[in-house]
Design a protein around this ligand. Structure first.
Ligand code: COA
Length: 179
């Protein structure tokens, strides 16, 4: 278990599937996380279990807990680049009552520290879209910098939006947050 100030991060468990099923079929959660809605098909519990519990060789997913060990979201990384010591990070605080209260930032700091010190990554990348200001602010608080934008690359509810590309280097992170 990784411990932050407000959150903890642990492996995903079978008992988590009901909450994940609710969140990953939720319109608002999907809109913010990927811009995608409606989903072409809702995900079944079996699909959620296969995706989150069985995993895939290149995607690692974990559970985010609050101070009382209640599951509030998931965090993970994919697209490992071994020579470049880098990966792409993703996060979803699925329990909407926790949005905007510092839990996402705390989980990101805790997880980034794990990636830099345990996985020995040198760089973490991520992307979001221009209207997800809450995510951009949280990422900036962790130390991520905007490195570029792909103009009108995402279509959300009838409008094109820019994709914002962000990156964080190990030295920058450790200077801000320490080991
Ligand atoms: C993005 C996400 C992980 C952020 O976690 P969080 O716990 O909600 O965010 P935090 O409270 O830690 O930080 C949010 C920041 O945005 C600000 N903020 C909060 N609500 C906001 C809003 N509605 N609009 C704009 N800014 C907002 C906060 O002030 C804070 O900035 P600050 O630290 O500079 O004050 C979480 O909201 C989430 O999972 N949302 C749904 C899915 C998603 O968007 N995933 C990311 C996909 S790239």
């Amino acid at each position: 278990m990784l411990k932050g100030q407000k959150t903890a991060i642990r492996s995903l468990e079978e008992d988590d599937i009901d909450a994940l099923y609710k969140w990953y079929n939720d319109q608002e959660v999907n809109l913010w996380s990927s811009g995608a809605w409606p989903l072409n098909t809702l995900l079944s519990k079996d699909e959620i279990a296969a995706k989150f519990l069985d995993g895939s060789p290149d995607t690692y997913r974990y559970a985010i807990l609050d101070e009382n060990d209640l599951l509030i979201g998931t965090i993970g990384f994919k697209e490992l680049n071994i020579p470049g010591q880098s990966a792409t990070l993703f996060i979803v605080v699925g329990n909407k009552t926790y949005w905007g209260k510092g839990y996402g930032t705390d989980a990101l700091i805790t997880f980034a520290r794990f990636l830099f010190t345990q996985w020995n990554f040198h760089r973490i990348s991520l992307d979001t879209w221009d209207e997800n200001i809450r995510a951009i602010k949280a990422y900036e608080r962790v130390g991520f910098k905007i490195e570029g934008r792909q103009r009108k690359a995402r279509f959300v509810l009838g409008n094109y939006h820019d994709v914002i590309l962000m990156g964080l280097l190990r030295d920058e992170f450790l200077a801000l947050h320490g080991k």
